[in-house]
Design a binder for this molecule. Structure first.
Ligand code: ZN
Length: 207
């Protein structure tokens, strides 16, 4: 059983910029290796070496469902003084990708012990903030054909609501014909958060 709180804190402490997610990559592989491997196939992508793809073979598959979690952090100093603050100067998981990866690992851990009916693909994607990691994988034909893709998004400004599907299609990089749907903690009356007019991260320098 994965300790998800500890996992998130571990990941939070080792933030890395786009295409340099090597420690994160190794940490994720180590966690995945601890899961039952009966239905799992893990592979990496040559042109995107920090990416990880995990395939779970379903019992009676009629389709393949995708779940994507971004891996990179931002060039932002962490000033929270939390005991599990970033240990990498000038870099922090200020966009929540540590949480996104932890959610993906939790779902992956569940299905590693409860075989799903359909096939599942988990895509741990480097370089979401810059350098377009999803497009690199797509252009290299490294992503499998999937039916539906999902990801999660944390929103610090939204009140707490149960997880709900959102029409915001945030994973266009997964190979179609995909019906793209993200699960976001956004309630129907919180539509204004779905397309924030100007977000603080959009003003950060991009490398
Ligand atoms: Zn982000």
């Amino acid at each position: 059983m994965i300790d998800l709180i500890q996992t998130r804190r571990d990941l939070h402490q080792i933030p890395e910029l786009a295409l340099n997610e090597t420690e994160t990559h190794d940490y994720l592989l180590q966690v995945i290796a601890q899961l039952p491997q009966t239905w799992l196939t893990v592979r990496t992508i040559k042109v995107l070496p920090t990416a990880i793809l995990v395939h779970i073979t379903g019992s009676q598959p009629t389709q393949t469902l995708g779940y994507r979690a971004d891996m990179d952090a931002l060039p932002v100093d962490e000033t929270t003084e939390l005991p599990f603050s970033s240990t990498h100067a000038g870099i922090s998981h200020a966009c929540g990708h540590d949480l996104h990866m932890t959610v993906a690992l939790g779902i992956l851990a569940h299905f590693a012990t409860h075989q799903p009916k359909d096939n599942l693909i988990f895509f741990f994607q480097p370089a979401e903030e810059s350098h377009s990691g999803g497009k690199i994988a797509y252009d290299a034909d490294a992503l499998p054909v999937i039916g539906t893709s999902m990801n999660s998004m944390v929103c610090m400004t939204a009140p707490t609501y149960p997880l709900a599907p959102s029409p915001r299609a945030s994973v266009p990089s997964l190979r179609g014909p995909a019906k793209s749907r993200s699960t976001s903690p956004v309630a129907p009356d919180m539509r204004r958060f779905r397309r924030p007019p100007t977000t603080w991260w959009s003003r950060l320098p991009r490398s």
